[in-house]
Design a binder for this molecule. Sequence first.
Ligand SMILES: *Cc1c(COP(=O)(O)O)cnc(C)c1O
Length: 339
Amino acid sequence: MLIDLRSDTVTRPSPAMLDAMMKAEVGDDVFGEDPAVISLENKIASMFGKEAAVYCASGTMTNQVAINVHTRPGDEVICDSTSHIYHYESGGTAANSGVQAKLLQGDRGRLNAKQIEENINLDFDWLTRTALVSLENTANRAGGSVYTFQQMKEISDLCRVKNLKTHLDGARIFNALTITGDKPKNTGALFDSVSVCFSKGLGSPVGSALLGSKEFIARARRIRKRFGGGMRQAGYLAAACIYALDHNIARLKEDHKRAAAIGKTLEGMPYVKSMLPVETNIIIFTLNEKLDSNAFIKKLAEQNIKAVAFGTQTIRLVTHLDFTDDMLTEVISALKKIK
Ligand SMILES: *Cc1c(COP(=O)(O)O)cnc(C)c1O
């Protein structure tokens, strides 16, 4: 049995999800005529208390469309130095929108209002115009850390006073809400736009949604099309996402429980030098000098377990829908065998 802990994106649709996909009522979504896509967009928008949503091919696309709509070329987006929009979107902020990132050092990926305030440029011709603040919750590269509602609210309040747009990269927002117990609507109210991924912990094969006001989403639809993201009978995919929203949110706590068990095992291992606190479904740890990432990944692969390197000495493991308790037992025993 192969156990894949590289990402929560490796899940495959369950028979019940596939069944929902096969039964989807579809149409041409570029003409706005796909009932399943429309139904998904309405459902996710109303969950977060937003007026509208647009279904996109990926979370990279929803983030990039949002940045494009919120900014003008030459502007700046404030984000954490570990953020996905900076690291993992192929330079899209610069290439697609002509926007530069002002990288701040947050607390495990989480910014605070004070440090943002200190980094908003004054309105001089020679300074870059600060246009947007983008937060990530949970923060992937920072170990799946979670913002409290209060932390996000302080940032949101500041940005409103300072006339900055706010975007939430909520690729794993349901993992965060599972921890805080907050309602999606309360989080939605804090941001001008929210990106939600269905293809991470929720276990859909494809897609993310971008949420915002009617006017914002109308503009986002045009940019999605410009980026080549207008899809036709996308309802087959949207049906999987509707299924995921109905069935796969409540179970995220299981992923967190299994991640915590792996974290606990790793804590006692001599090859682990340090580890980020395991708050959700992501485990990031640094190896001591005797073992590098490549060697560690090879030792895991020999025991049929896949992981990814997050640097020469750093490893990431992610738990997900297709990772069971039996697999957890195997992983724990495999980790104990590594020298
Ligand atoms: C995965 C991820 C995305 C989107 O990734 P896609 O693979 O393009 O769907 C965006 N932000 C974060 C934090 C992510 O982890």
